[in-house]
Design a protein. Structure first.
Length: 323
């Protein structure tokens, strides 16, 4: 018995030493990020703030295609489309909503907006859902290519949004200006906080740290920057080059996080230049914030599933397949 206690005590001590070592390594890593962030803030402390009115404009705004994949989003898709078209106004854009043939409720909710607004087009995919978001985006990409070829026009950039997003009115103006210098632009995501919700607070903390600290530090160090899967714009010529290399579909339909696959740390083959994250260098009137407010963060199972996908994309299961 004494021998077993000695063995157990030794195992506990060794386990605690092992855990403490990795906690120390993780703490040093976090400290390094904090120091880089502090240095970056000092570098921009005296930099003049840029307002939307100061961004370089063009006589003819860019032509945007806004992709909105939707699976069982009947509760929000109608309001999202109405708010998006109202906030963006009449500038050059079209909204492509991707739905599934076995999701009649979402189809019906989107159809009401499609019938009264020619800027919105609903694309019913060939397969029953749910599939991956990347698969739905590929279907929308194919539809966009067909439309552009038939109309003999050229779409300059693809904007990705979720069906729960509240877009910023100045978003397309920001994309139009910055895509002249960058292949990809990601605006910060601002989660909608629900009072008293632990999941909502956790989601808000995640985005605050990722888009307020990690992304600026990654940009400072020249490291690959993962997209948020929403609130991002990608030049159409860049996606076209990737699509050619991948046999016609720019997104990996088997990937859990389509944005990591294209621009994240796991696949540097398709990394196409530095992603610009507007933070304190770009302030938008009148809210002094540029971003989105996803409604889905108040839904616990959705938030947990998304958190698992982030971990799989960044961790040892990054190559995992989805069904």
């Amino acid at each position: 018995m004494d021998f077993l206690m000695v063995v157990l005590d030794g195992a506990v001590r060794e386990s605690m030493l092992f855990a403490a070592t990795w906690f120390l390594i993780g703490g040093v890593d976090d400290l390094g990020v904090d120091l880089c962030f502090f240095v970056d803030r000092l570098r921009h402390w005296q930099a003049p703030r840029r307002w939307v009115s100061d961004l370089p404009g063009r006589a003819v705004p860019a032509s945007f295609a806004i992709f909105v994949p939707a699976w069982r989003e009947e509760a929000v898709i109608g309001a999202m489309l109405a708010a998006t078209t109202a906030r963006f106004g009449d500038s050059g854009y079209r909204v492509y909503v991707g739905v599934y043939p076995n999701d009649p409720a979402t189809i019906e909710a989107a159809r009401e907006l499609v019938e009264r607004d020619p800027r919105i087009r609903m694309i019913v995919g060939p397969r029953d859902g749910p599939t991956t978001k990347a698969d739905c985006l590929n279907i929308l990409w194919a539809a966009l290519e067909r439309d552009d070829a038939a109309a003999e026009r050229r779409t300059e950039a693809i904007v990705i949004h979720d069906a729960e997003d509240v877009v910023h009115p100045a978003e397309l103006r920001v994309f139009d200006a910055l895509l002249q210098s960058y292949a990809v632009v990601q605006v910060p995501v601002l989660p909608l906080i629900r009072s008293g919700s632990l999941v909502s607070g956790h989601y808000a903390d995640e985005f605050a740290y990722a888009h307020g600290m990690q992304q600026p530090v990654r940009a400072m160090l020249g490291a690959p920057l993962p997209l948020a899967g929403t609130g991002c714009a990608i030049r159409a010529d860049v996606l076209g080059e990737i699509a050619i290399e991948r046999g016609g579909a720019p997104f990996d339909a088997s990937c859990l996080t389509e944005d990591y696959e294209l621009y994240g740390v796991q696949d540097k083959t398709y990394y196409v230049g530095k992603i610009f994250i507007p933070t304190w260098q770009l302030v938008l009137r009148p809210t002094a914030r540029c971003g989105l407010q996803p409604f889905h963060i108040i839904i616990a199972d959705n938030a947990v599933r998304r958190r698992q996908n982030w971990w799989r994309a960044a961790g040892p299961l990054s190559g995992a397949q989805t069904t």
